[in-house]
Design a protein around this ligand. Structure first.
Ligand code: GLP
Length: 259
């Protein structure tokens, strides 16, 4: 089962995961990180700024989860721009080593296969950071996504477009399509770290962690992975049936195990 860690705040979650990433980079300077966008990972990226301040990150590599299709790459809300602004620049990563799926219409037919080949060539992703949508999607794998799926084009649901409209002038400006790592791609990463905060994510977290493994909740794919850490605040944990067990288990975890 996924290890569930219930923390008191998003900042505490960020600090916890930042420590794990720092340990990873200390042991492997060219570690491959899977990078998520959205509001959820921001406390982690903030914590990493402090945690990695004195760490050589020049060799670190990264792959973003997803991108909008047809968006101008220079648009401030393209995931390329977001990853550059929120992760690459503040952490001082080498932009040449950070890839985002190519959502340009030119070559879109093979953009998914190209991205898969690039991940393979990097030796796979060591630690994949994940958020979760209110309907249980991870990356942009909407409900019904195949657990075997690889990086490909998807049509966004109206719910996801509405959720993401806050980043655009209106919902009409939110692209209709995206290119996203598949659930099968995500499951090949060596360690999955899913973050979720706030009451609005409680149902999705409960379904992903404790519900049936079903394409109806793409996040439930994490139950098939052997090394998953779910870090949530009290509000996002509020619908977990086994919350007391997760607290007990984490409180008694040997320190040497890390996350
Ligand atoms: C988008 C992203 C997902 C993210 C989700 C939740 O759909 N493609 O990767 O997990 O939003 O976003 P937030 O963290 O802002 O709630």
């Amino acid at each position: 089962m996924a290890e569930v860690v219930i923390v008191e705040s998003p900042a505490a979650a960020g600090a916890l995961v930042a420590d794990q990433i720092a340990r990873l980079i200390a042991g492997r300077p060219d570690a491959v990180l899977g990078l998520a966008t959205g509001s959820t990972p921001l406390p982690l990226y903030q914590a990493l700024q402090t945690r990695l301040a004195d760490v050589d990150v020049s060799q670190v590599r990264g792959f973003a989860l997803d991108e909008y299709v047809g968006i101008d790459i220079e648009h401030p809300e393209s995931y390329r721009s977001v990853i550059t602004r929120e992760v690459v620049e503040p952490l001082g990563l080498d932009p040449e080593r950070i890839r985002v799926p190519n959502g340009s219409l030119d070559g879109i037919e093979h953009a998914g296969a190209d991205y898969e080949a690039a991940i393979d060539a990097a030796g796979g992703i060591d630690l994949q950071i994940l958020g979760i949508g209110t309907d249980g999607h991870i990356g942009f794998n909407e409900q019904g996504s195949s657990f075997a799926s690889r990086t490909r084009i998807k049509t966004l649901t109206e719910q996801t477009r509405a959720d993401n409209a806050r980043f655009f002038d209106s919902i009409d400006d939110v692209p209709m399509h995206c290119i996203t790592q598949g659930l099968g791609t995500i499951l090949r990463a060596r360690h999955l770290v899913l973050l979720a905060f706030g009451e609005g994510k409680a149902q999705a977290v409960a379904e992903a962690v404790e519900g049936p493994v079903s394409a109806f909740c793409p996040g439930s794919a994490i139950q098939l992975h052997e090394h998953v850490t779910v870090v949530v605040d009290e509000a996002a944990a509020s619908r977990l049936k086994l919350a007391d067990y997760y607290r007990h288990s984490y409180a008694n975890k040997p320190a040497w195990q890390g996350l």
